[in-house]
Each structure stands twice: as structure tokens, then as C-alpha cells.
Write a protein that binds this ligand. Structure first.
Ligand SMILES: Nc1ncnc2c1ncn2[C@@H]1O[C@H](COP(=O)(O)OP(=O)(O)OP(=O)(O)O)[C@@H](O)[C@H]1O
Ligand SMILES: [Mg+2]
Length: 509
């Protein structure tokens, strides 16, 4: 890389603290024109904070930003926009009730008071085709999948002529197919001379998307390299500061009685269409049943039916030998079922409550955390401290409100709570999404040790390697149907891949 070229973006000596944490500590960052920089680091390393500084959401305590070699005054997202900087946030927020068009122009000051929607639409359609970002401008946001919403976020930035795109864990919520599409979008942007900073925890994506890599640990830059000169293994070590084992030891399973049984279950999805079609299977205590499939093929609905969050229209659900068909979530929790939901930020955690309260939420009503109606504050804090340590949740204190934690640490909080609450069944939907490599390893271990402790684990993942490594048996969901259940010791991975795409072995040629 030629260092005499003026970088597109230069952040110099950036420091930013929050009460109890130094989130960024004298960070220098350079991004060249037409380049993709991958920003890596453990959960809580300070990646989102650094990018929030660049996009004008946070004021740094110290440090400067230069764009095209000139000092840039960035005090608000609007300032950042003037410099061509745009960010798609980790938990992005579009206005649900509005459509794509309206969201695009929302907050644009130089649009006329009554915007010429026709003009906006035609420009959007042009951009969408130029960048292969397929969305219907008149669709309301609530009708769109997460992947489609993300395309809208990106289109919104392109509409504002962003030259520097910041994508904060864009693929954490995407299916593998959607990730490939995003990669294509990023490629087109590069060809147009745009630059991007890309935050991810997935090493393959770093290799695939980026030209350069920068690794943060505890707010400081620990390493920087060109992507071509590194390997996923080396990157993982840089992030965590130790060797990461991508293998997990597993004893042979010792299946017990049937923990969960579904017989001919049917259910409708949010849009009123059949989402689960004649699903039947058994999961034993002491077993992990993996559910493979591209997201959106009934996974969410299946998890919701089992946890009482969605009604089944037909069929029977038994938990631990008892008929629990269409029982309430509370009744199901009382049977010892824990749930790591797909949508963790809005469903899983109470942001205004402390880490300790969130961790103890499911134990409130039982001893030793409660004495009658009086909650024992100290007991709750001790309980929380144990889990914080066990799951390495990075938080200034157990009393910190959850909304102040980094994305991955919010997730660890929910995981810790649910894993602690499970007695008969664990329903884990994409539990390692958004987690760094070290935390992913911990979660996989926890699932295996729950199985060894005699729980039935229903484990949803899009990562086939992970699924086959952790699960004892694996089932494939496609368009709401179960495409067969296989023993992971003998299954052929290509066959699973074909079933995920809706092809059977014979028909799939
Ligand atoms: N608004 C805030 N108030 C208080 N603390 C904050 C705030 N934003 C971030 N922090 C803290 O700063 C540290 C860095 O957080 P940041 O969100 O930048 O991490 P991250 O690298 O993006 O992690 P993740 O991979 O989990 O998203 C964390 O300890 C977090 O709790
Ligand atoms: Mg983050």
C-alpha cells in the first residue's frame, strides 16, 4: 500500500470514555479511497464506539478526524453526512409504519418541504439497479425481512451520496445468501471509488470482503495488516489474545426419555400464510437436535410454537411427557423450557433495567433469589457477578443498564440468563450470532454441557459446520417442512445443503 497517498479518512489519536470504561484509547485509523477496511475485535472492544465517533454520534474526548487530508469538524451525523460519511448501525432503526420511499427522505434537509416523490422514486430505482439492491420502494418497512430492511438502510446512504460507508455487523442478521449479495454490493461500491469500513465477527467474511484489517482489543489497536497477508486463525488469535479452538470435545450421547415431541404441528406466519407444515419429531433428554435451513423457512415460527409465543393451528406439542399444545409462555417456562430468541434486542432484554435484573429475571420467583415477595438485592448481585464472570460479560458493574452494553454483551447477558434457567429444554435460535470467536466457543461448550447434564437442546443455526459439530442429529427445514432427520456421525454434508435448497438427492442433479 502506497503510504504517500492521502487517505480518504484518517482518525488520529481518538479516545472516548464512558463511566467506568475506556471504550477507545488513542486509536489511529486510516482508510484509503476504494478500499474496504475490516474492523475486528471482541465484544466490547470499542468497534461501534469508534464508528459512532466517525459518524458524528459521539464526541471523542480527544483526537481528530481528517477527510481527504483536511481537518474535519464532525459534531453531528449531519456534519458527517456533509463529508460523505454514512453508517448502517448494528441495531438499525427504520420507521416501521412508513414505506421505503418515505424512510429514504426522512431527515433530509435539502429536500423541498413537499418532496417530489416521483423524482425520489426514480432515483431510488436507479440506485437499486446500479447496486443490485432489490427492494420495492412502496413496501412498508414492517413488511420487509431484516435483509431487505438492511438494503433500505444502504440505499438511504447511497441516496445521500455517501462516499464512506460504515457497516456495523451487517451480516450478523443476514442469511448466507444475503451475505453474498451484500458482498456484491460492496464490490460495486468499490468500483465506484467508494470506501467502506466493515465490522464483523466472521473470519471468512474478513477474507472475502476486505483489503485491510484492523484489530481492536480493550479499546486499543493491537494489529493492522493487509488481508492478503493474514489467515482466519491468526486474526482470531489477535482478537482474543490466545489460540482459539475451533473444535469441541463431545462425549457420545446418552439419550434419556423424550423431552419434546411434536406431532403434525401446523402454524401460520405473521403474514397469515402457512409457516409450519405437518412437523413431527422427537427430541430426547441428553440430545442436541440441530435445525438446519436458510433463515425464513420456519425456524422462528417453530421456536415460537415450542415456547408458547405462537399458536399452532393443528397438531400436538408435548414437553417432558405432558401435553403443552398452545399453552402460555409462562406455563411453558414453568416446565423448565428456556429460549434464546432470534430477535434479542427487542424481545430478549430489558434495556432500561440493570444487567443484574436482566440476569435474575427468570429466577425472581424462586429461592434463593427471593424471600417471599422481597427480593434479596445482595443475593441478586452475587448471582449476577457469578454469571458475568462465567460468560465474560464486559460491563462496568452489575448495576449498569443493559442498554449501555455493547451488542455482543447484551447478547451474552440473555444467553447467561436462559442457560441458567433451563431445566428440561433449551431452545437456542442462532445463539452465536453477533458473538466474537471466544464467546462463540463458550456458547457451543455450554450447549454441549447442557446436553451432558440431561437437557434436550433444540439448536438452530445457519452455519452447517457448527451444526454438524455440536448436534447429535440434524433436521432440515425448508419452506416450513421437515426434510428429514439425520445422524450427524453419518450424514453427508452435501445432501444437507441440497435439502436446505429444497432439492432432494435424486431431484437435485
Ligand atoms: N452509550 C454508552 N454508554 C456507556 N457505555 C457505553 C456506551 N456505548 C458503549 N459503551 C461501552 O463501551 C465499550 C465498547 O463498546 P462498543 O459498543 O464500542 O463495543 P463493540 O466492539 O462494538 O462490541 P460488540 O462486538 O459487542 O458490538 C463497552 O464496554 C460498552 O459497554
Ligand atoms: Mg458493536
Amino acid at each position: 500500500m502506497n503510504d504517500t497517498v492521502v487517505p480518504k479518512v484518517e482518525m488520529r489519536n481518538i479516545s472516548k470514555s464512558f463511566p467506568g470504561v475506556v471504550a477507545n484509547d488513542c486509536v489511529d485509523l486510516k482508510l484509503r479511497k476504494g478500499e474496504v477496511l475490516a474492523l475486528l475485535g471482541e465484544n466490547g472492544a470499542g468497534k461501534s464506539t469508534l464508528m459512532n465517533v466517525l459518524c458524528g454520534l459521539y464526541r471523542p474526548d480527544r483526537g481528530e478526524i481528517y477527510i481527504d487530508g483536511k481537518y474535519a469538524e464532525i459534531h453531528s451525523p449531519r456534519d458527517a453526512q456533509k463529508y460523505g460519511i454514512g453508517m448502517v448501525h448494528q441495531n438499525f432503526k427504520l420507521v416501521d409504519s412508513m414505506n421505503v420511499l418515505e424512510n429514504t427522505i426522512l431527515g433530509l434537509r435539502d429536500e423541498p418541504f413537499v418532496p417530489d416523490l416521483k423524482r425520489v422514486r426514480s432515483r431510488l430505482v436507479d440506485l437499486a439497479s446500479q447496486y443490485h439492491l432489490d427492494v420495492d420502494p412502496s413496501a412498508s418497512i414492517w413488511q420487509l425481512s431484516v435483509g431487505e430492511q438492511q438494503r433500505v438502510e444502504i440505499l438511504k446512504l447511497l441516496y445521500r451520496n455517501a462516499e464512506i460507508l460504515i457497516l456495523d455487523e451487517p451480516t450478523a442478521v443476514l442469511t448466507p445468501q444475503e451475505s453474498h449479495e451484500l458482498n456484491r454490493v460492496v464490490h460495486v461500491m468499490k468500483q465506484e471509488g467508494k470506501s467502506a469500513i466493515f465490522i464483523t465477527h466472521k473470519m471468512e467474511e474478513v477474507m472475502e470482503f476486505s483489503d485491510h484489517v484492523m484489530v481492536l482489543r480493550k479499546g486499543r489497536v493491537v494489529d493492522e495488516t493487509s488481508t492478503a497477508e493474514t489467515t482466519p486463525k491468526e486474526l482470531a488469535r489477535m482478537m482474543v489474545g490466545r489460540e482459539v479452538l475451533f473444535q469441541i470435545e463431545k462425549k457420545p450421547m446418552a439419550p434419556g426419555k423424550v423431552a419434546l415431541e411434536l406431532s403434525h404441528i401446523e402454524a401460520l406466519g405473521d403474514r397469515g400464510l402457512p409457516a409450519l407444515k405437518d412437523i413431527s419429531f422427537r427430541l430426547h433428554a441428553g440430545e442436541i437436535l440441530g435445525i438446519a435451513g436458510v433463515a425464513g423457512n420456519g425456524q422462528r415460527e417453530l421456536a415460537e410454537v415450542v415456547t408458547g409465543l405462537r399458536r399452532s393451528s393443528k397438531g400436538k406439542l408435548q414437553i417432558d411427557g405432558k401435553d403443552m399444545t398452545n399453552k402460555s409462555p409462562l406455563e411453558i417456562i414453568r416446565r423448565g423450557v428456556a429460549h434464546i430468541p432470534q430477535d434479542r434486542v427487542s424481545v430478549g432484554a430489558a434495556g432500561d433495567l440493570s444487567v443484574a435484573s436482566n440476569l435474575a429475571m427468570k429466577q425472581y420467583r424462586s429461592r434463593p433469589l427471593a424471600a417471599g415477595i422481597f427480593l434479596l438485592q445482595n443475593k441478586i448481585l452475587d448471582f449476577a457477578r457469578t454469571l458475568i464472570e462465567k460468560f465474560r460479560i464486559s460491563t462496568p458493574s452489575p448495576k449498569t443498564q443493559v442498554k449501555f452494553l455493547s451488542g455482543g454483551n447484551i447478547q451474552k447477558t440473555i444467553l447467561a440468563r436462559e442457560i441458567g434457567a433451563a431445566r428440561t429444554l433449551m431452545i437456542a435460535v442462532y445463539p452465536s450470532r453477533g458473538l466474537d470467536v471466544g464467546a462463540t466457543e463458550t456458547v457451543r461448550r455450554q450447549l454441549v454441557s447442557q446436553r451432558d447434564a440431561g437437557l434436550g437442546v433444540l439448536f438452530f443455526s445457519e452455519d452447517l459446520d457448527e451444526l454438524l459439530q455440536i448436534s447429535d442429529r440434524v433436521a432440515v427445514l425448508f419452506e416450513g417442512k421437515m426434510m428429514g432427520v439425520f445422524d450427524t456421525n453419518t450424514v453427508n454434508i452435501d445432501h444437507i445443503g441440497m435439502l436446505m435448497a429444497g432439492m432432494d438427492r435424486e431431484a437435485g442433479a
